[in-house]
Ligand binder design. Structure first.
Ligand SMILES: Cc1cc2nc3c(=O)[nH]c(=O)nc-3n(C[C@H](O)[C@H](O)[C@H](O)COP(=O)(O)O)c2cc1C
Length: 296
C-alpha cells in the first residue's frame, strides 16, 4: 500500500502518521498565561533534540476542525517558559484527562486531580505526581503553517531537571528504566508502557567495528532460517570467530546423527538451533553451531 501524502485528507493523514510514527513519548506541559493562570496539556509530538545545549521540542498543532491554536501555544508566546513532565503508567489517565479542551484560564491540572508545586527557575508550576520534571525556557517557536493540523515547534532549553529518588538505580547514580515506567502514545487510543516485559538491551555497535553483513560467510548470510535481526547479532562481532576444539553440544550431536543422510536438512536444523541460541542471548555458542554447519 502506498499513500501519496498530498492526496490524503488531513484528518486521515494524521491518523496514518500517528499509527506509523509510534511509540511517541508524552510530554505533559505546564505553561502560564500573562496573568499567571496555569495550563496543562499532554503532547506526544515531543522529543529530546540536543544535550549541549539541552533542548526539547514539542508541537501544539492547529486544530483540524477550525485551525485555531491551543492555549499552550498562546501561553508560550506570551510567557516563554514551561515545565515539561514525563508521563508514567500511574498518571497516564490523569494526563489524558488534562487534554480535555476546557476554556482558557481553566487549569487542567485541577480538573485532572494533579498537585501543583512551585518551580525554581520558571513561572509555570510543576506537577508533583510526575517522576521527571524539566523546567524550561522557550527559546523559539516555529510555525509550520496556518492550516488545521499545522504544527508549531516549541523549542525549549532545559534549565533544571528534577528526578524522583524513587526511579533511581540502587546506587542512586542514574534513572533505572525498570523503575521509571514511561508510557508512550501510538495511533488512535493506543498506548504502550515500558516495563520488565518490554525492556531489552541491544549492545552498542560503535564501541567496536562489527564485521557487518558482508563479513558473514555466504551460507550464513543467505540462510533460509536466520532472520535479519539474528544476522545482525552475528555481524556485530569484531572478527570472524574461530572453531573451538573443545566445543560440545548435545543438540548438535543429535542433529548430526539424525540427519546424517540429508545434509541440507542437517544444515537447516543446525541453523534453527543457532537461531534459538541467538534469541536466548548465547552469541558465542550460536557461532560455534553455525561453524559446524558450515563445515558439513
Ligand atoms: C497523550 C496525548 C498526546 C497529545 N499530543 C498532542 C500533540 O502532540 N499535539 C497537539 O496539538 N495535541 C496533542 N494532544 C491533544 C492536546 O493535548 C489537546 O488538544 C489539549 O487539550 C490542548 O490544550 P490547550 O488548548 O490547553 O493547550 C494530545 C492529547 C493526548 C491525550
Amino acid at each position: 500500500m502506498r499513500l501519496l501524502m498530498s492526496s490524503v485528507p488531513p484528518a486521515l493523514r494524521q491518523q496514518w502518521l500517528q499509527y506509523a510514527v509510534a511509540p511517541r513519548p508524552i510530554g505533559l506541559v505546564c505553561t502560564v498565561d500573562e496573568e499567571g493562570h496555569p495550563n496543562l496539556s499532554p503532547f506526544s509530538f515531543f522529543n529530546l533534540f540536543s544535550t549541549e545545549p539541552p533542548v526539547l521540542v514539542f508541537s501544539p498543532a492547529r486544530r483540524l476542525r477550525d485551525q485555531t491554536v491551543k492555549h499552550t501555544l498562546s501561553n508560550v508566546l506570551a510567557v516563554p517558559e514551561c515545565v515539561v513532565h514525563i508521563v508514567d503508567t500511574s498518571m497516564v489517565r490523569q494526563a489524558s484527562l488534562s487534554s480535555c479542551e476546557y476554556p482558557a484560564g481553566v487549569d487542567e491540572a485541577l480538573m485532572a486531580g494533579f498537585t501543583h508545586i512551585p518551580s525554581e527557575c520558571v513561572r509555570p508550576p510543576r506537577i508533583a505526581e510526575s517522576p521527571v520534571q524539566m523546567e524550561c525556557r522557550v527559546t523559539e517557536v516555529k510555525s509550520l503553517g496556518e492550516q488545521g493540523g499545522a504544527g508549531n515547534l516549541v523549542i525549549c532549553e532545559v534549565l533544571m531537571l528534577h528526578v524522583s529518588d524513587e526511579i533511581l538505580n540502587p546506587s542512586g547514580t542514574m534513572i533505572d528504566p525498570h523503575r521509571l515506567q514511561q508510557v508512550a502514545r501510538l495511533g488512535g487510543d493506543w498506548y504502550c508502557r515500558v516495563d520488565a516485559h518490554s525492556l531489552f538491551e541491544v549492545e552498542k555497535p560503535n564501541q567496536k567495528l562489527g564485521i557487518g553483513f558482508p563479513g558473514l560467510p555466504e551460507d550464513i548470510r543467505h540462510s533460509p532460517i536466520l532472520t535479519g535481526d539474528q544476522l545482525a547479532r552475528l555481524a556485530n562481532v569484531e572478527a570472524m570467530p574461530e572453531v573451538l576444539t573443545g566445543f560440545e553440544d548435545a543438540r548438535v550431536r543429535h542433529i548430526i546423527q539424525y540427519f546424517a543422510h540429508t545434509p541440507e536438512e542437517m544444515e537447516r536444523e543446525l541453523h534453527r538451533h543457532a537461531a534459538s541460541l541467538l534469541d536466548a542471548g548465547s552469541l558465542q555458542e550460536a557461532w560455534q553451531v553455525l561453524l559446524v554447519a558450515s563445515h558439513i
